[in-house]
Design a protein. Sequence first.
Length: 177
Amino acid sequence: MRDREEKQFVTEPQELVDFDFIYLRNIAEYQFRQDIANCLFPDKSIFFIQRSLNTWRIRNILNKDNSLYLVLRAQDNLFSLTNISANIIKQCSKPPDFRVIISNDIGRIIREGGNVFSKHIINIDKGLRSGDNVIVVNEEDELIAYGRMKISGEEAIEYKRGVAVNVKGRLKNGNNT
């Protein structure tokens, strides 16, 4: 059996130009808020982008260390979070903004695997909508995971059954691991 070359779907990292920087910052303002967008994108010189080879649209945003920072989804042209961007949102916002707060006991379980159920939620940003990206924190505001809401913030508090957050990524010990 011969070795197959791994097919590339995105370009090599490129420097961010003014137009793309403004475009990405506007998406962040729409998806989050202006103050969060300013925290996520403080300066264009510290970011690189990767484009789709087929459509030439931006797909990945990398930081100066070439670590994945944000992913621009093709389906809805909104961002998906990574460990780095979830930490920045946590630092730049006050509880309960963009947060799903769960008990410390459940936090240990979520770090190992699984989704967040409605019955485990202690507090939540009631302005969240289904499909919004959120960070999952414990009672001490330690970042545990990040994911997408399955139901609204109001429903998550009211319901006692069912998945509230599909967890997309976990932080094993509260930092970037």
